[in-house]
Design a protein around this ligand. Sequence first.
Ligand SMILES: Nc1ncnc2c1ncn2[C@@H]1O[C@H](C[S@+](CC[C@H]([NH3+])C(=O)[O-])CC(=O)[O-])[C@@H](O)[C@H]1O
Ligand SMILES: O=C(O)C(=O)Cc1ccccc1
Length: 243
Amino acid sequence: MSQETDNIYASPHANLSDFRFDDQVASVFPDMIKRSVPGYSHIIGCIGILAEQYATEHSRIYDLGCSLGAATMSMRHRVSAPGVMIYAVDNSEAMLKRSADYLDTEDSPVPVKTVCADISELPIENCSFAVLNFTLQFIAVEKRAATIQKIYDGMKPGGALVLSEKLTMEDTRLNQLLVDHHHDFKRANGYSDLEISQKRQAIERVLLPETAQAHIDRLTHAGFKTVSQWFQSFNFASFIAIK
Ligand SMILES: Nc1ncnc2c1ncn2[C@@H]1O[C@H](C[S@+](CC[C@H]([NH3+])C(=O)[O-])CC(=O)[O-])[C@@H](O)[C@H]1O
Ligand SMILES: O=C(O)C(=O)Cc1ccccc1
């Protein structure tokens, strides 16, 4: 299992290509995400607690953009409703291949089906709880409304979606402040200025952050009755939307 340190951007890259979830990223992903996303471990723990509350018997949970399955494992430890199946979905074969190292070692009565698919094309049905933990931000902005609508349409009444995203702030001064704090957070976690700057360049055409309001409006427009931001650390936030 991967205990590897992320040093992908530690030395200068002559031709910096766009960030991709390839085998190199998959091999260091647990380290990368913990050192890069403030509040990540807290959110993962809370997703387990929320799944326990919202999962209903003989329904499906969807972990959309599951990477190595951290949210799936947190949910598996807590869900107790009978007949629940977790669909762990990602379009990176490298991620899914490595997720098996984690998921196959788990001793849990909650079955998991891993699916290699683009979540903007995946049918969603009989869903009581869905997770988009830092995934929607990688989907083209014009495809986001249809993706959220599909989740809403496939969700049972009373079901819930957790959406976590990197945000951009409307106020440019506040935005810069939070971006600077995020970079300080990465520096405090051992990333150099070169690593921070090369990673920033590699993700800028791939990870497209929106404002909190844009997410709230999209969730509300899809039909979710209750929409609330429940977490924020610097420019990283999480929302819950209940049908
Ligand atoms: N269209 C798509 N379809 C399916 N998967 C996609 C798509 N686009 C990107 N991905 C996948 O979304 C994941 C995003 S990481 C999620 C962390 C995880 N949720 C976690 O709780 O540890 C977040 C980050 O790295 O910041 C990657 O595994 C991509 O392959
Ligand atoms: O690393 C960053 O600066 C981020 O914004 C978060 C992130 C984490 C993992 C993959 C891509 C982006």
